[in-house]
Design a protein around this ligand. Structure first.
Ligand SMILES: [Cu+2]
Length: 164
């Protein structure tokens, strides 16, 4: 394989690898899906959500829907205008930013019956960075970048061993 081809392969690997390794789909409620007979606080408790993951709301669209709301509406089960509802029965929501996200069902009483989900989305997973105390003073971004570069270099070394 010519050097140019090797670099092309490496470029592809390094572009695709992080998304393959890090993104996850979470089916809300697992096999029970999105209903007013489940508890989504319990469901979410043992999960870590990160930017790049996706929530999948799977439900009977005759009986349920999904509204993204703010924390206040979540607490009070205040349903937004109907045109803001997701109603396909299989709604996929990419988690694009970190922080708290709130979702409720807008059917009468369902939210107060517990059909409400709050999650706290973490930043996308980066390669473990060096301990802040160990390195020279650096910005957080610098640490993440150097961590990623070290990771990328390791992958590149492995790829070269495989290819050559
Ligand atoms: Cu519902």
């Amino acid at each position: 394989m010519a050097p140019g081809q090797v670099y092309s392969v490496l470029a592809i690997i390094l572009t695709v690898l992080p998304s393959l390794a890090l993104a996850a789909d979470f089916v809300v409620g697992d096999q029970e899906g999105w209903t007013n007979k489940s508890n989504y606080t319990t469901w979410a408790a043992d999960k870590v959500f990160r930017v790049g993951d996706r929530l999948v709301f799977s439900y009977n669209k005759d009986n349920h829907n999904v509204f993204k709301v703010n924390g206040t509406a979540f607490q009070s089960c205040e349903v937004p205008p109907p045109n803001e509802a997701l109603t396909t029965g299989y709604d996929i929501i990419p988690l694009k930013t970190s922080g708290k996200k709130w979702y409720i069902c807008g059917k009468p009483k369902h939210c107060s019956q517990g059909q409400k989900l709050v999650i706290n989305v973490q930043e996308a997973l980066e390669v473990p960075s060096p301990s802040p105390a160990a390195g020279a003073p650096s910005s957080a971004n610098g640490i993440l970048a150097s961590g990623y570069q070290a990771f990328a270099a390791a992958i590149a070394a492995i790829a070269v061993l495989v290819i050559v």
